[in-house]
Design a binder for this molecule. Structure first.
Ligand SMILES: Nc1ncnc2c1ncn2[C@@H]1O[C@H](COP(=O)(O)OP(=O)(O)OP(=O)(O)O)[C@@H](O)[C@H]1O
Length: 402
């Protein structure tokens, strides 16, 4: 990353975005080789909308989320790229650091001050993180420093598939939410307790006063998930990152939680980045979609385009693998041929070509496609040789305006 990039990051940030990820690369050096978890990921999280990140296991969804919060586990590190964040309105202080919430701020796992849990990106050599328009390059922050710790929980919260990752088993649910509120919103303990009960009511808890006095193990899975959402939202974050928060729940509870998130998103006007394997969840919740495969974005588009005019053969395969109303009950669901290659191997050409029904010999197996806008749809991008603009020569001529 150059200094020029940092000194004027807004030039690279989409106007309506809360976060712009640009050419992000993350590696995990291991004893048997380097895992290139992210290979140049670029997308925007639109302000006040829900972005779905979808892809099979190992595509890099969670690493992307953890990179934004700067909580990539060592020895993983960001090796290139920018994560530009434009915070919401200025917040009034008054909060304080408390013992219970250290490391558990607002549902986001705090980048631990302990050694070995945060990424080893070389932040010392990077230029200042914030420009005059208030855009912060999160990759430039010290992952254990005050600035990113203030952003986590207060500006960006994260909820996980397993609520116990965020909830502390030895404190009551009400105490934990109140602590998050004390940390960032008000120094008044009574007010924080009141707001904590109100938050539990807001996420649809029956008898919130009683739930506030319960310990996490006394709640069902769905209730714990609601409690975690209450904790994550207690500081009204600009961005909520949800990493498969409904995967472990039954379908009825999942539908209730998704509806709740949609309602709260509308009410608070926050942005949500929702990570999922499921196109069904994407259809229910998301406005825009990023499809990832093997550490790369292969398609991004508004949700209607993804469902009604998908371009990438991988997106098409993901859509064929979900149950559809109106399709014969006896018809088996399609599975995507083959499996994701092991993370240590580097596939030549398009990483999806060994599994792609439309792969073209001599092109897809040799040339890495470039992401390009779909003709006539400036907000729909695809990385595939079936479409114009995917080769370096075509990209160069498009850039030259030919
Ligand atoms: N701590 C780690 N050490 C080594 N490799 C890692 C580590 N964490 C993630 N990876 C690798 O990074 C790649 C992306 O992983 P990631 O967890 O982001 O995938 P994902 O799309 O979120 O998958 P899932 O849906 O299963 O959570 C994978 O190849 C994974 O093996």
């Amino acid at each position: 990353m150059s200094e020029a990039t940092i000194s004027n990051p807004s030039t690279k940030m989409a106007a309506d975005a809360v976060v712009s990820v640009r050419d992000l690369q993350v590696e995990f050096p291991t004893q048997i080789g380097v895992v290139r978890a992210l290979n140049g990921v670029t997308f925007d999280v639109p302000r006040g909308r829900v972005l779905g990140i979808v892809g099979e296991s190992g595509s890099g969804k969670s690493v992307t989320a953890r990179a934004i919060l700067r909580i990539i586990e060592r020895p993983g590190r960001i090796t290139n790229g920018d994560i530009l964040f434009r915070p919401g309105l200025e917040r009034k202080g008054g909060g304080r650091a408390t013992k219970r919430n250290r490391g558990r701020t607002g549902g986001a796992k705090e980048a631990a001050p302990e050694a070995g849990t945060t990424d080893g990106s070389d932040t010392a050599t990077r230029a200042p993180a914030e420009n005059s328009q208030g855009v912060v390059d999160l990759t430039s922050l010290d992952p254990t420093g005050d600035r990113i710790r203030a952003i986590r929980g207060q500006e960006i919260s994260m909820i996980f598939q397993e609520p116990m990752t965020s909830l502390n088993p030895v404190y009551t649910v009400g105490d934990q939410i109140a602590e998050a509120i004390l940390l960032h919103q008000t120094p008044d303990r009574n007010e924080a307790n009141k707001r904590s009960v109100e938050m539990l009511r807001r996420v649809g808890m029956p008898n919130p006063e009683r739930i506030a006095k319960s310990y996490p193990h006394q709640l069902s899975g769905g209730m714990r998930q609601r409690a975690m959402i209450a904790m994550a939202l207690s500081c009204t974050p600009t961005l909520l990152i949800a990493d498969e928060p409904t995967t472990a729940l039954d379908v009825t509870t999942e539908a209730q939680i998704l509806e709740l998130m949609r309602e709260l998103q509308d009410e608070y006007g926050m942005s949500i980045m929702f990570i999922t394997h499921s196109m069904g969840v994407v259809a229910q919740l998301c406005d825009e979609v990023v499809v990832m495969y093997l550490g790369r974005v292969v398609e991004r588009a508004p949700v209607d385009d993804i469902f009604h005019d998908p371009k990438h053969p991988y997106t098409v395969s993901l859509l064929r693998s979900i149950p559809r109303i109106g399709v014969n009950r006896g018809t088996p669901l399609e599975v995507i041929k083959g499996s994701v290659p092991d993370p240590y191997s580097v596939v030549p050409g398009c990483p999806f070509h060994p599994r792609c029904p439309s792969a073209m010999k001599g092109l897809c197996d040799t040339v890495l496609p470039i992401e390009a806008p779909v003709e006539g749809k400036p907000d729909h991008n695809v990385r595939c040789h079936l479409y114009p603009g995917s080769t370096p020569a075509e990209a160069a001529s498009a850039a030259a305006g030919k």
